[in-house]
Structures are given as structure tokens and as C-alpha cells.
Design a protein around this ligand. Structure first.
Ligand code: LFR
Length: 479
């Protein structure tokens, strides 16, 4: 028996609709539609073009053809607000928008940062939904809102008419207690956040309704076609698709961000963990994604945009020839969060730490990739000691697996073997959770065995010792 599943996977810079065909010993993924996700700057700030994304989702479902179910995942933390009639109130605000500047400090006056961490396990990031809601507190839109739907839940609502809040993504709001895996009622009340805005929680595998008649009409599909709840946070789906065969592994989900950490059974809520800014997001089947957010390929994407989109392959081969570790920046620094002027900001950071300023695009690219590998090394080291969970392999999944230089440098920097692949991890995790809900695969372990058997993976052994990386680390001021 086999079945087909459409996985809608929206990243911050591109989206795709993939079709996964799953049988007892097969897992094939094909691309139905790929599209750009282009945020738009309007006078009031940076916004997601959610209608364009929805139109692309519909085009993708049409291209996918008849499937047994549909699942949706996307980036985290952002949301749309609906009025009492269920109509969308304005374009969702982009998490890189400046509205949250200085907001966290005000929230901490009510609930101190240490208490927030102990209650939610979430890292400090200015864009956590909690701070976005605090920033929007007196806005007309929030005042008029009856419902708040996280991005994948909003798209699911448009497709099926059913509203829910998927748990793995809900955990990125900073309003969930990672021990009870339910809302942090007390915290929300103290911060004046109205939890009734959120639709009831649903979990990966839960049904999320059927495609509405007008959606069937627009996509040419024949009903009934169910939508299945998946790990709707893209990182939850990507981690579910890490093709690890044991427990002693760290993962790096690469794309716009690098998310580096471990899969654990319980959250780590210590003060040391808070100081290191590690987060405890909820994963599939009671797991915790214990990880750090690193700026990731965003640094390169923004430079490439500024350079007028030169050929990436050529740029990466030229970067491979540049002398290694000449200058490094702290790829965890929030100074790189906002869009714009990225080469200049990288140059400023090198200057400020007394290192040579990279000049050519190849030099800047090398600086970025060395810096990312260094940040990967640091996070892999720290996650093991903070969680008391040693690893002997690092799995890299996501779009960054196509960047062989980044994978190689990461293996060297960590001093550990790297297994790279699959590139479309989020889509595969999305497909596998749907397949499981349809009785085609078993638990997480079985999903991973299927991935390891069926997906092309590439192994990078570490070269040399890590002395040069340790020296480069010392050049950066402690974070
Ligand atoms: C990756 C990701 C990260 C989240 C960031 C913002 O696509 O979902 O996990 O921290 O985007 O939502």
C-alpha cells in the first residue's frame, strides 16, 4: 500500500509544495511548485505578502494533483489576526519588523527574564510572539481581533474553515509551558495577553478539516481531501526528518537560519541554559528541540541581494579559495537581524574586533561561512555540556546541505563527522507525519530509519585538528 501527500513548506525566503509518495519501504519526494516569499516594506513596516503566498499554495496544490492529504508548515512566531467575521485584519507583521525594539525590557519589568525562562524555556528573541503581542498591545488591529492564527494555522483555516493552534509552533510564542505542554495561563494573565484569541491546541497527526468546495474547485482536486496537522513549525518538521540512527547526534537545520541543538525528552531550564540563550521548543511525540538560533544563510542571502544576485556556484568556488579564518563575526549577534546593508555591517563587525575587513564578495562570503561554521561549533559544544548529552555525529539538514563548503567547514570546526541531507527535510517531516496519521509508518525512530534507507546523504569527515577554530573563537568577544 502507498499513498501521496502534499507538503506545503514555507520558509522566510522561499516556499514550496512537494509531493511525497510513501510505501512500506519507499519515500519519494517531488517538487510540484516552488516560489519566492517576498516580504514587502510599506510605510508602517515590514509585512508578509500572505495573499500571494496563499495563491502560490493553491497553485502548488493544483500542480501536485490528486493526493490523500495535505499538510502545512512554515516559519514560526508570526500570525494573522481575524475579526469577528473571520476576515483577516491586515497583512501579518514580519518577525524582522522593528516594532519589537525595546519591548522585551518593558515585559521583563512585569515578569523578570529569568522567571520567563523558567516558565517557558524559550530563548530571548525580540520576535517571540509574546513580545510581538506586547508591542501591538494598543494597536487598533489587536483591539478589533477575535482570533489569532499562526501562519500555518491561518492557511489551514483558509483551506478548511477549521481553526486550531498547532502545538510545536505554539511553543515558539513563549506562552506555552514546556512541562505541561499547555498554555502558561498565569504568565499570559500577568502580561495582559488574552489567550482566548488562540484557537484550541491541536497536535501533529490530528485532523484539521477537509478542503473547502471552492478550494477543490480552484485546485482541480476531487474531494474529500483532508488536511492533516503536521509539526507546523518548519523546524519541528525538519528535526523529525533528521536521518539519525542512534541517540548521540546533534542537528543543524540550515536555511535562512541555522538551528543547532539536540532532541531531548525534557526541557533544560537552568540559569546556565538561559545565559547561553538556548531554547526549548516542543517537537513531535513529547520531544523537546533544545537549540540555539544562529543567523544562518540569511547573512549570505542579504549580501547576495545587495550584490545584485551574482552566480552562487561561482561565488562559493571563489570563497573556497580565500584564505581560511581571516576574519570572523559573531553569527549569533542580533545586530544582523534586520534586512539591508549586510556587507557594510559585516565590515563594521570585523573592524570593531580588530580583524581585517573582507573586501571582495568572495572574501565576504568566506567570512560568513567561516563565521557560521564557528557558530555551529560553539553551539554543538555548548548544547552537549548544557544538556549533559554527548554526541558523536552532527546531522545537517535543510537547504544549507547544498552548500558543500559550509558542510565541510562545519565538520572541521566541530571536529566531528557531519552527515548532510536531506535538503528538503521540513517537507519530508511534514509528509511522514501525514503518512503516519494514515497508518503507513510507525514512530519517530521508524520514520528516521526509512529516511536513512531512502534519502541520499553525504558524509564529511573532519580534517585537521580544531586549534585554528579555537583561536578564531578567542578573537570574538564573549557573547
Ligand atoms: C526557521 C524558523 C526558526 C524560527 C525562525 C523565525 O525557518 O522557523 O525556527 O526561530 O524561523 O520564525
Amino acid at each position: 500500500m502507498s499513498a501521496s501527500f502534499a507538503a506545503v513548506d514555507l520558509g522566510a525566503s522561499s516556499g514550496r509544495v512537494m509531493v511525497g509518495r510513501v510505501g512500506p519501504d519507499t519515500l519519494d519526494l517531488t517538487e510540484a511548485h516552488r516560489f519566492r516569499n517576498r516580504p514587502v516594506r510599506v510605510p508602517e513596516g515590514l509585512r508578509w505578502d500572505i495573499l500571494a503566498l496563499y495563491a502560490d499554495v493553491l497553485d502548488g496544490l493544483r500542480a501536485a494533483g490528486q493526493v490523500d492529504s495535505v499538510g502545512i508548515d512554515s516559519w514560526a512566531v508570526d500570525y494573522g489576526l481575524l475579526d469577528a467575521d473571520g476576515a483577516l485584519l491586515g497583512n501579518p507583521v514580519h518577525y524582522r519588523d522593528a516594532r519589537t525594539e525595546g519591548v522585551a525590557e518593558k515585559a521583563w519589568a512585569t515578569v523578570p527574564a529569568a522567571e520567563l525562562y523558567a516558565a517557558t524555556g524559550l530563548q530571548y528573541a525580540p520576535f517571540n510572539t509574546l513580545y510581538q503581542l506586547a508591542a501591538a498591545r494598543s494597536s487598533v488591529q489587536l483591539g478589533a481581533a477575535e482570533r489569532l492564527l499562526l501562519i500555518p494555522d491561518l492557511l489551514t483555516y483558509w483551506l478548511t474553515g477549521e481553526a486550531g493552534t498547532e502545538l510545536t509552533n505554539a511553543s515558539t510564542t513563549q506562552l506555552i509551558n514546556p512541562r505541561t505542554r499547555d498554555w502558561s495561563y498565569d504568565l499570559a494573565e500577568r502580561l495582559g495577553i488574552d489567550l482566548t484569541l488562540f484557537a484550541p491546541l491541536r497536535r501533529p497527526g490530528d485532523p484539521a478539516g477537509l478542503l473547502r468546495p471552492h478550494v477543490l474547485e480552484e485546485t482541480g482536486l476531487t474531494g474529500p481531501v483532508p488536511v492533516t496537522t503536521v509539526g507546523s513549525h518548519d523546524t519541528a518538521s525538519a528535526v523529525a526528518a533528521v536521518p539519525a540512527t542512534g541517540e548521540r547526534f546533534a542537528y543543524i537545520c540550515t536555511g535562512t537560519w541555522s538551528l543547532v541543538g539536540l532532541e531531548l525528552d525534557a526541557p533544560v531550564l537552568t540559569e546556565a541554559s538561559r545565559a547561553a540563550n538556548f531554547t526549548n521548543e516542543l517537537g513531535l511525540d513529547g520531544t523537546v528541540r533544545y537549540l540555539r538560533n544562529i543567523m544562518g544563510l540569511w547573512l549570505l542571502q542579504e549580501c547576495v541581494r545587495e550584490w545584485g544576485h551574482p552566480d552562487l556556484e561561482q561565488l562559493l568556488s571563489a570563497a573556497a579559495e580565500v584564505a581560511p579564518l581571516r576574519s570572523v563575526v559573531d553569527a549569533g549577534d542580533a545586530a544582523f537581524l534586520a534586512p539591508g546593508r549586510m556587507p557594510a555591517r559585516i565590515a563594521d563587525a570585523c573592524r570593531a574586533s580588530g580583524q581585517p575587513v573582507p573586501e571582495s564578495p568572495a572574501e565576504v562570503t568566506r567570512c560568513i561561512l567561516d563565521s557560521l561554521a564557528l557558530a555551529h561549533r560553539r553551539a554543538v559544544d555548548e548544547t552537549q555540556s548544557l544538556a549533559g548529552h554527548p554526541v558523536d555525529v552532527v546531522h545537517i539538514v535543510g537547504g544549507g546541505t547544498r552548500n558543500t563548503l559550509l558542510c565541510r567547514l562545519t565538520a572541521d570546526a566541530c571536529g566531528l563527522p557531519v552527515v548532510a541531507g536531506p535538503a528538503e527535510a521540513a517537507a519530508l517531516g511534514n509528509v511522514l507525519v501525514q503518512a503516519r496519521a494514515h497508518g503507513l509508518v510507525g514512530d519517530l525512530e521508524e520514520m528516521r530509519r526509512l529516511l536513512a534507507r531512502t534519502q541520499p546523504l553525504r558524509r564529511y569527515e573532519p580534517r585537521g585538528d580544531t586549534a585554528a577554530w579555537r583561536a578564531a573563537e578567542a578573537r570574538l568577544a564573549p557573547s
